[in-house]
Each structure stands twice: as structure tokens, then as C-alpha cells.
Design a protein around this ligand. Structure first.
Ligand SMILES: *Cc1c(COP(=O)(O)O)cnc(C)c1O
Length: 320
């Protein structure tokens, strides 16, 4: 057993999307509401943090350190978990900070995190310096990797797959945004452990498919090893679609803004421009292209990210 602490409201609900199903005239659509995990606007990182925080507590950590983009959902949820457990939190962020602060960047500060801004190139070295400084200052730092994606964090999605089985949900497809790979790695390990028969399709938001599927397979192998489960995963069996990246990470194209509006209008579901909006764009486009059989059931795993919908950076394009 891998230690876990409680942070999330689980199980998250599974809801039908009847209006969207009818409008798109495709397969039966469901949504798994991991935007409702309950920790400071929720999202997929809460599940990973249940395992990472248990490990941090075991090690007597006093300070969590992690890194991400200036609007990182992972950093927001890490700062929230730190606040919940009375730990310090240091965030090393890259990108242009919003002025005035909004969305996640505002929430980091409300949640009491210390912020170090750096460039993408300097990320590793800044993270290293910040970590060494915290150590020297006797702050017992615990380093959480980018996206919380290591074999410990990925346990959160092994568990989530078990949760889905307990909800008696057996979709033909699970579709969701994939980036640092911990979500997808946990899902594929959990799927094999539960004998899940459906397909698990990650929509890449930044990396070419071969890069992401290799990353997920590697992480899945380490995650299975930590659970003493055998079975090897090869990149070829990790399903990744990289056709919806558009102009790159956190750049919202028209397919994405349209999908965000469609989900809001048809199902009152709020997505985000960086992750879930791109996965929704993929879902809608793949349905239009006849990718799924109309008899099938497709589960859209909503991974969160909601605060970024309100970042003023995206407002103009959202309303266009
Ligand atoms: C981090 C994140 C993802 C990607 O999950 P990974 O485990 O990093 O692949 C997807 N959606 C949202 C909203 C996220 O914040």
C-alpha cells in the first residue's frame, strides 16, 4: 500500500451530457467531474497530491517546492495543499506574470505561496538553487516534480480508475488532456489492474505524440513497479493524439474557444483554454470526423483548470 492522505472530495460525480450528445449526433457522452475535487477550485492535481503529501509528511517535510507556468493549476493546488497541512510553499514559475495578477497567479498569493520567477531555460537551475537555499535554512523542503508527475503522484489516477470501476462505469473511450503524463500513466496502470476494456486517449496540449507516449509508458512502468504489479507498457500501446496542440502550450485557437463555448452553452460545463478546452476541441472534431462509433460511450474526464478561464489574457478571444 502506498500512503495516501485525504484532500479530495471523492468519488467525483459522473454525469451524462445529453444535450451535447444530441447536438453532436455522435456517441453517448459522459463527463467525470474531476474539476470538482474540492481543493481550491479543484482539478486533477488534487488526486496526485493526496499521495505526494502523504510522502512529504512521512519525510517530515516543512516546505513544498514545485515549478510550473505562471498560470499553473498544479502550482495552485500544491499551494492549497501546503496551506491545508500548515506547510510552507515555494513556487518557481516561468512565463510572463499577468499584470494585474489574476486567475491562478492571484490565487498563489492568496494561498500564501512564495513566488520565484524565472525563464523556461533557467527553470532547472533556479529550482535547484531554491531547493538548496531552503535546505540550508532548515526548512525541510520536499520537491514535487513538474505536474506532480512521478510514480507517487500517478498513484492518484491508479486509484481514480478503481473509483470509476466502483461507479460501474465502463465507457468505450476515456478522453482527457495529457501533458506531464502522470494522469495518463496512472489511468493505464489502473485500467490494467481493474481489467478495464475501454481505450484511454490522451490529447496532447504541448508535446509531439511520440514524446508524450514514451514519457507516459516510462512513468506507467515505474508506477506499476511501485505497486509491485508486473506488466510492461510500451509507447505503442499508449494512445496520444497531438493534432490539437495548435500554436503551442497555453495558446488558444479557434477550435478550442468554440469548444469552450459549446460545452458552456449545452451542458453548463466550464472548461479552460490550456487543457480541457483543447481536449474538448479534439472530442468535438473527432466526432465530426466519425472517429467514434455512434453505439459507443465516450467519457470526457474533466481535469479542471477552471480559474484560467477567467484570466484576462484569454477574454477577448473567448468572446470573439
Ligand atoms: C496538469 C493538467 C493536465 C495534464 O495532466 P498531466 O498529468 O500533467 O498529464 C490536464 N488538465 C489540467 C486542467 C491540468 O491542470
Amino acid at each position: 500500500m502506498i500512503a495516501r492522505c485525504r484532500l479530495a472530495h471523492l468519488p467525483t460525480p459522473i454525469e451524462p451530457m445529453p444535450r451535447l450528445t444530441q447536438t453532436l449526433k455522435g456517441p453517448t457522452l459522459l463527463v467525470k467531474r474531476d474539476d470538482q475535487t474540492g481543493l481550491a477550485f479543484g482539478g486533477n492535481k488534487t488526486r496526485k497530491l493526496e499521495y505526494l503529501l502523504a510522502d512529504a509528511n512521512n519525510q517530515g517535510a516543512q516546505t513544498l517546492i514545485t515549478a510550473g507556468a505562471v498560470q499553473s493549476n498544479h502550482c495552485r493546488q500544491t499551494a492549497a495543499a501546503a496551506a491545508r497541512f500548515g506547510l510552507g510553499c515555494i513556487l518557481v514559475l516561468f512565463g510572463e506574470p499577468p499584470e494585474p495578477p489574476d486567475a491562478n497567479y492571484l490565487l498563489f498569493q492568496l494561498l500564501g505561496a512564495e513566488i520565484h520567477l524565472t525563464s523556461r531555460d533557467q527553470l532547472e537551475s533556479t529550482l535547484n538553487t531554491v531547493y538548496q537555499e531552503a535546505k540550508i535554512a532548515h526548512r525541510n523542503p520536499y520537491l514535487i516534480p513538474y505536474g506532480g508527475s512521478n510514480p507517487i503522484g500517478a498513484q492518484g489516477y491508479v486509484h481514480a480508475m478503481q473509483e470509476l470501476a466502483e461507479q460501474s462505469c465502463q465507457p468505450d473511450w476515456i478522453i482527457f488532456p495529457s501533458s506531464s503524463g502522470g494522469t495518463q500513466a496512472g489511468l493505464v496502470v489502473g485500467a490494467r489492474a481493474c481489467g478495464f476494456g475501454g481505450k484511454i486517449l490522451g490529447i496532447s496540449v504541448d508535446e509531439p505524440a511520440p514524446v508524450l507516449s514514451a514519457r507516459v509508458a516510462g512513468l506507467a512502468n515505474q508506477t506499476a513497479a511501485l505497486l509491485s504489479e508486473d506488466g510492461q507498457f510500451s509507447p505503442a500501446e499508449i494512445l496520444v493524439n497531438d493534432a490539437y496542440i495548435g500554436a503551442g502550450y497555453a495558446v488558444m485557437g479557434q477550435l478550442t474557444s468554440r469548444a469552450i463555448r459549446l460545452f458552456a452553452e449545452q451542458e453548463a460545463l466550464l472548461l479552460d483554454p490550456v487543457y480541457t478546452g483543447k481536449a474538448a476541441a479534439a472530442l468535438v472534431d473527432l466526432i465530426h470526423k466519425g472517429y467514434f462509433n455512434p453505439d459507443e460511450t465516450v467519457l470526457f474526464w474533466h481535469t479542471g483548470g477552471n480559474p484560467v478561464l477567467l484570466a484576462h489574457h484569454y477574454l477577448k478571444d473567448l468572446l470573439d
